[in-house]
Write a protein that binds this ligand. Structure first.
Ligand code: PLP
Length: 390
């Protein structure tokens, strides 16, 4: 297959391309020259845009959201939610420990406003699923005299795409009087967050993972009885939960992106992506039977494939694909371009691999795109074979 000059972006989990409806909504919001807190007509127009987006985003949660607090992204939402100090009306509620999955994104793992000694990592199995008996033991041993347990879990891992059993986790956390904060960044807008049974109490979402702009996110509460103490203090915006003039343009794009993502979900667009991911993995195994595909046997995001090719450094593979015009990741892209050992693989007990490559397909990826990635990997494998033979 000839090498195409056109760029092929397959790094959706790092950041989704901006959707056209989100772009339109943002361009329209740029013409609103007012502060959404101003009471004049111009201010009220800006306010209407913010509130429309708030209700669009609430729909991700079957309109059960009681609070949607806008933040500068998921990282800020995590730092807001992960705090020992919460309020219930005028009363203070104290969480004495944070329990967090060892495969979680660094914005959860770093524990927000908890201090190091009060952050307990919960192990994951070799497949990347939270070790439920270990979670049961750890949260079961929690001493509620000093405060309640706060639990933070990813809905889906940004590297492997592995989905956590949120229903079981939520039931276990409730049984031990805990509160569950779910990082829904990689799941929201790609899979229904079924709420027929409890799957969490607070949810973190980020616009740029579902076709909205970068730098805007939210903390969503399914009950407004209890809220974390504000992280960003100042004016009374966001009902006092997050000070600072709202990012009207970002919020407008976020709302429109959610609306578009939910329409795509209703059209089952992600089922087609799963077919493409399976085509990719079948082709990959045919090229390299000894490939390791992480989380292959457990439920995963339909667009994500995270794998190691024996004898080939993930960085080398990433560069080779990039030179062929294909953007993928070697692990996660959250640390200023740094490619280090994946803490997710470490958490899964994976040893002695030269990193792993993540292909995260964008909606609309077709067979020709998959074949182009496979052709590039095939050339790389052949070069590696001949280098070893020389
Ligand atoms: N949580 C997960 C699972 C992520 O993948 C990311 C970003 O990669 C974040 C949180 C952080 O999101 P943001 O870039 O909005 O701070």
């Amino acid at each position: 297959m000839p090498v195409s000059n056109e760029r092929l972006y397959m790094d959706y989990n790092a950041s989704a391309p901006l959707g056209s409806l989100a772009r339109q909504a943002m361009v329209a919001a740029m013409d609103l020259d007012a502060n959404p807190s101003s009471v004049h007509d111009d201010g009220r127009k800006a306010r209407a845009v913010v509130e429309k987006a708030r209700s669009q985003i609430g729909k991700l949660f079957d309109s059960q959201a009681k609070q949607v607090v806008f933040t500068s992204g998921a990282t800020e939402a995590a730092n807001f939610a992960l705090t020992p100090d919460w309020t219930m009306g005028r009363a203070l509620v104290r969480f004495s420990k944070l329990y967090v999955a060892s495969s979680a994104h660094p914005c959860l793992l770093s524990g927000g406003r908890f201090t190091g000694d009060d952050i307990v990592q919960v192990p994951v199995t070799g497949d990347g699923m939270v070790d439920l008996p270990a979670l049961e033991r750890t949260v079961g041993d929690h001493d509620t005299d000093s405060g309640l347990p706060l639990v933070a879990m990813p809905a889906a891992c940004n590297e492997t795409g592995v989905l956590q059993p949120l229903r079981e986790i939520a039931a276990l956390v409730r049984a031990h009087r805990g509160t569950l904060v779910v990082d829904a960044v990689q799941m929201a807008g790609r899979m229904a967050i079924g709420l027929s049974e409890p799957v969490g109490d607070y949810f973190i979402v980020s616009a740029h993972k579902l076709g909205g702009p970068r730098g805007i996110g939210a903390l969503i509460a399914l009950s407004d009885i209890m809220m974390p103490l504000p992280l960003v203090r100042g004016g009374g915006q966001e009902k006092g939960h997050r000070a600072g003039t709202e990012n009207t343009v970002g919020i407008a794009g976020f709302g429109a992106a959610v609306e578009a993502a939910l329409a795509d979900l209703a059209r089952d667009r992600w089922a087609a992506i799963a077919t493409m991911r399976d085509r990719f993995e079948t082709g990959l195994r045919a090229l390299c039977p000894s490939v390791t595909i992480y989380g292959e046997h457990v439920p995963r995001l339909p667009n994500t494939s995270f794998f190691s090719l024996p004898g080939i450094k993930a960085e080398t593979a990433q560069i080779a694909l990039d030179l062929d015009g294909i953007a993928v990741s070697a692990g996660s892209a959250c640390s200023s371009g740094k490619v280090g050992p994946s803490h997710v693989l470490e958490a899964m007990g994976v040893e002695k691999v030269d990193g792993a490559l993540r292909v995260s397909l964008v909606p609309g990826a077709g067979p020709a795109d998959i074949d182009r990635i496979l052709a590039s990997l095939e050339r790389l494998l052949k070069r590696s074979l001949s280098a070893h033979a020389a």
